[in-house]
Design a protein around this ligand. Structure first.
Ligand SMILES: NS(=O)(=O)c1c2ccccc2cc2ccccc12
Ligand SMILES: [Zn+2]
Length: 259
């Protein structure tokens, strides 16, 4: 059996449609290019409200496609409401996508700019659905906040996670990782773009309400280099360029909550 989907030349994004036809046939695939001039200001969009407490972080994992922090999502501890959302979405995990060099690596592209990396905070609609798996198949089941990362000065909030990466170099490795407040990874301004999209990795379910923040967070080039010390499949296969290129907008509208 093939080694499953990945980001290599033989199993990367251009091959995903072979096993996941929605990659080509879907009507709301992610990521996309965000062109500010073509987005629409919507005054009915509410501000994002995030009630995150640090305590319910659980673990840090090398998933073989990204580095991921998982949260305890059995109760309403880390909840996202407001914005374009109806109801309460629970934080389940966050992970990142990044490039082999600092000039690219993000999944969404803002006015032609690729950022060095992109953080995804994955939430599911715990008000309407019983669990994550059920929500992942519903058109309003998931909400992902995307945050661009720009190489500039060091980001102290990332340090706790980055200093633990040596323990999870290998695919599938996992360590306990607690008391991490995800709100420390958000920029001061929560102005956002929002559109209906999908997971950006197989199975590419079209169940994500995307909320992409306009303002990036920053990190140092040394911190950016740290991400690339993780491995995809082995020591000669550094984890980098784990991003899907932009997909056709088709007949979607992109809204924003700021003028
Ligand atoms: N890139 S992504 O946020 O679409 C994504 C998920 C999105 C929603 C639900 C689960 C997801 C799991 C992912 C696991 C690894 C990478 C991206 C993932
Ligand atoms: Zn992602």
């Amino acid at each position: 059996a093939g080694c499953g989907w990945g980001y290599g030349s033989k199993n990367g994004p251009s091959h995903w449609h072979e096993q996941f036809p929605i990659a080509k046939e879907g009507s709301r695939q992610s990521p996309i290019e965000l062109k500010n001039a073509e987005t629409k200001y919507d005054s009915s969009l509410k501000p994002l409200t995030l009630s995150y407490d640090a305590s319910s972080a659980k673990s840090l994992t090398n998933t073989g496609s990204s580095v991921q922090v998982d949260y305890e999502d059995g109760t309403d501890r880390l909840v996202l409401t407001g914005g374009p959302l109806c109801g309460k979405y629970r934080l389940r995990q966050f992970h990142f996508h990044w490039g082999a060099c600092d000039d690219h690596g993000s999944e969404h592209i803002l006015d032609g700019t690729s950022y060095s990396a992109e953080l995804h905070l994955v939430h599911w609609n715990a008000e309407k659905y019983c669990d994550f798996a059920e929500a992942a198949k519903a058109p309003d089941g998931l909400a992902v906040i995307g945050v661009f990362l720009k190489v500039c000065n060091e980001n102290p909030a990332l340090q706790k996670m980055l200093s633990s990466l040596d323990c999870i170099k290998k695919k599938g490795s996992k360590v306990e990782f607690t008391d991490f407040a995800p709100c420390a990874l958000l920029p001061p301004c929560l102005n956002y773009y929002t559109y209906l999209g999908s997971l950006t990795t197989p199975p590419l379910f079209e169940s994500v309400i995307w909320i992409v923040l306009k303002e990036p967070i920053t990190l140092s080039s040394e911190q950016m280099t740290k991400f690339r010390t993780l491995e995809f499949t082995g020591p000669d296969d550094p984890m980098q360029d784990n991003y899907r290129p932009p997909q056709p907008l088709k007949c979607r509208e992109i809204r924003k909550n700021f003028q």
